[in-house]
Design a protein around this ligand. Structure first.
Ligand code: ARG
Length: 409
């Protein structure tokens, strides 16, 4: 769309403002190895490009700094003190499904790093107004377990994946087996159209790195048959840099143990394994008041840390990451930059009061010009309430929720 079109005037001025804000934040972060160019000269150049084309292109250096800054601006992330370590891959020119698959296979392999997990982001082409997104992924994460709904309504595997699993099966996915831990195929969208799901992890088993769970002093724990994948690799969020939207920019960090031990396995809506752990440890499960759930949670989290450590796979714990994040906040304050954050997410789901996060508050402002955002799925629907049917009423409700959510595009 051309900038002289009055209907786009607002968007164009917003783009210019956001580009400006991004360049300012860059300049504020310049250290001796920072960019040498004066932000106002670059802003002039960007304004001219926006006038002419309706948008602007980032230089490779802007893309790199921008992706790192987006991580740093992610209010809900406890690991963002590591923001400078993010490795940024520029795949803006990759626009066919084979190329996308290849780039993502390389991402998954390199992120694994033999257990020494590397934080990487692969950035595909930006969104252009009035055009379908050049590249999108239907997956929530690149490695994720399927959830097969049984006739009685229960789910084999991860209930969080139930809706997406059903869609893959409809699109012709033939899983080699159906277990509680069957990895999902990849659904790559090109120019607004889904390509058939590809079972990349079945074809390339070396990309599927997992950790089998055992407990440091209860040998019977292994009989639960639990395992989880090594690398969390989020595929559905949009990266925004200086107002430019990259709708496909999958990224990974490494896990904090509570994500697995206090949520994925413990939520009653997910794998719901606490009752089995309670029985295994002979806890009195007759009443919640015995705190058997709390005790089972601690044992499960010990098992997660023990197992990832024994396997040589990077994993954080809430005490260490909590202390590191607090040190980062203090250093930033010293430098005159108050770190914004989301208290409800920065606190871990167990033992929150034992971390520094519990005892302070965070400025809740969400930086809009450069950040990661939730967005509607590649089919245009907001899938936040996973598994729920896509009725008109449910859709309208989700849209309203999205509109109010500061972390949504
Ligand atoms: N909580 C999500 C999961 O359990 C992963 C979110 C991103 N986590 C991370 N450590 N970067 O799969």
């Amino acid at each position: 769309m051309h900038a002289s079109d009055p209907s786009s005037a607002f968007d164009v001025s917003r783009l210019r403002d956001q580009a400006h804000a991004f360049l300012e934040q860059w300049a504020a972060n310049v250290r001796k190895n920072g960019p040498s160019r004066c932000p106002s000269a670059r802003l002039q150049e960007i304004e001219t490009e926006i006038e002419r084309t309706g948008t602007y292109m980032h230089t490779p250096e802007e893309l790199e700094f921008g992706a790192r800054l987006a991580w740093r601006n992610s209010n809900r992330c406890i690991g963002r003190h590591l923001w400078r370590s993010l490795e940024v891959r520029d795949c803006r020119g990759v626009r066919d499904s084979n190329g996308v698959e290849e780039a993502l296979r390389a991402h998954v392999a390199d992120a694994w790093g033999g257990g020494r997990i590397r934080s990487i982001i692969t950035v595909f082409a930006p969104r252009r107004e009035g055009e379908p997104d050049p590249v999108r992924l239907g997956n929530h994460q690149l490695v994720r377990y399927a959830g097969f709904r049984r006739p009685d309504g229960s789910v084999l595997g991860d209930p969080h994946s139930a809706a997406f699993t059903a869609r893959c099966l409809e699109q012709g996915w033939e899983p080699t087996e159906r277990t509680a831990f069957t990895p999902l195929p990849w659904e790559i969208w090109i120019d607004g159209r889904a390509t058939p799901p590809v079972d990349v992890l079945a074809r390339h088993p070396e990309l599927l790195q997992e950790v089998t769970l055992s407990h440091p002093d209860e040998p019977k724990f292994a009989d639960l048959g639990l395992k989880w994948y090594a690398v969390p690799l989020l595929a559905e969020m949009a990266l925004v840099i200086g107002g430019v939207i990259y709708p496909c920019a999958p990224f990974n960090g490494f896990y904090m143990e509570t994500e697995i031990g206090a949520r994925n396995f413990a939520d009653t809506e997910r794998y719901d394994v606490l009752p089995r752990i309670g029985r295994l440890f002979g806890l009195d499960t007759s009443s919640d008041r015995t705190l058997w759930r709390d005790r089972a949670l601690v044992e499960l989290n010990r098992a997660v840390l023990h197992s990832y450590d024994a396997a040589g796979v990077t994993i954080g714990d809430h005490h260490t990451l909590g202390a590191q994040f607090e040190a980062f906040c203090k250093a930033e304050e010293q430098a005159g930059r108050e770190v914004s954050g989301d208290w409800t997410w920065l606190n871990p789901p167990i033992s929150a009061s034992q971390t520094p996060q519990f005892h302070r508050s965070y400025k809740p402002d969400v930086v809009r010009h450069t950040n990661f955002f939730y967005q509607a799925g590649p089919d245009g629907h907001d899938a936040k309430a996973t598994g729920s049917p896509s009725t008109a009423a449910a859709d309208a409700h989700r849209q309203e929720e999205a509109r109010r959510c500061p972390y949504h595009l």
